[in-house]
Design a protein around this ligand. Structure first.
Ligand SMILES: [Zn+2]
Length: 293
């Protein structure tokens, strides 16, 4: 919670819940997991709001900032955590109407060399998730912790049956299959950046939760050779697209068993095969409704 003038979002909001909250545009915190070290907690200096309690690096959202931008800016200001070392996985919003708090979940991609760089931060510590509840936690973090803990270091992986999704809308795709696959890929890249509301997929039954997915587009036939772009991996299936999709789902589950793997297809036989790999299946309409036109 870096000190800042009111025009930067600093200031208290008196809220319908009966509490006072920091941040005129809401607040955000970073829940950073390093699988080898635990989660990064911060003990707040005694003189701050909820001083001496343990919580997450974070603070007021500036005007026009996303929660991800705010949480990572604060983590850099308070704990020298660099945004480029993080992979965001999900965010969870507690909405009080006049005020909201967003917890941004991220996993360390590189070694984090944290240090307390703000006078408001008394101490930083990596804590085993099993031991977090033993700390004297900030009231709101204590309430949120069980839900957050269940999703630490878990990514959403969306595997898209390109031919099936492209073929689900009669928009002339048959005249230019490669072009249609590239357009789908570009719209998927937008989704990867914007995030997917959990409610649209019904994964963990948390409507206030959203995911930044890892997207894998599987293409075949004339769409083979579609290039990857930022946010979208592309698998070009040499012969059998379905088997490539099954193999992709299997590999995702083998690499990171905690991840949520969603395969997008309307193909019933493929559905049975990927469900046997532990994946969840959603139809093309569910995905297309999430994409910007
Ligand atoms: Zn409130």
């Amino acid at each position: 919670m870096a000190l800042m003038p009111r025009e930067n979002g600093g200031g208290f909001v008196r809220c319908a819940c009966g509490h006072r909250h920091w941040g005129l545009h809401g607040a955000a915190g970073l829940l950073l997991t390093d699988p080898a070290r635990g989660v990064l907690l911060q003990r707040r200096a005694w003189w701050t709001h909820h001083g001496r309690t343990w919580a997450l690096p974070g603070g007021a959202v500036h005007e026009g900032e996303s929660a991800w931008q705010a949480a990572t800016r604060e983590a850099e200001e308070e704990a020298a955590v660099r945004r480029g070392a993080l992979r965001p996985t999900a965010e969870s919003i507690v909405d009080h109407g006049t005020w909201r708090y967003t917890t941004v979940l991220a996993t360390a991609r590189l070694t984090i060399e944290e240090r307390a760089t703000s006078i408001e931060s008394a101490e930083l510590r990596w804590v085993d998730p099993d031991e977090v509840a033993d700390y004297k936690l900030h009231r709101d973090f204590a309430t949120a912790w069980p839900d957050l803990r269940a999703q630490l270091d878990r990514e959403l992986v969306v595997v898209v049956d390109g031919a099936n999704v492209v073929g689900s809308r009669p928009d002339g795709w048959w005249r230019d299959r490669a072009g249609a696959a590239a357009r789908l890929r570009d719209r998927l890249a937008g989704l990867a950046g914007a995030g997917v509301p959990d409610g649209a997929l019904g994964l963990i039954d948390r409507p206030h939760w959203s995911w930044w997915p890892r997207v894998v587009l599987v293409v075949e036939g004339q769409a083979r050779g579609t290039a990857a772009v930022d946010g979208v991996e592309v698998v070009s299936a040499a012969r059998d697209g379905d088997s490539a999709i099954v193999a992709t789902a299997r590999a995702a589950r083998a690499d990171r068993p905690g991840d949520h793997v969603v395969v997008v297809t309307a193909d019933r036989e493929l559905r049975t095969r990927v469900e046997a790999e532990g994946a969840t299946v959603r139809g093309p309409a569910t995905l297309l409704n999430l994409l910007a036109p």
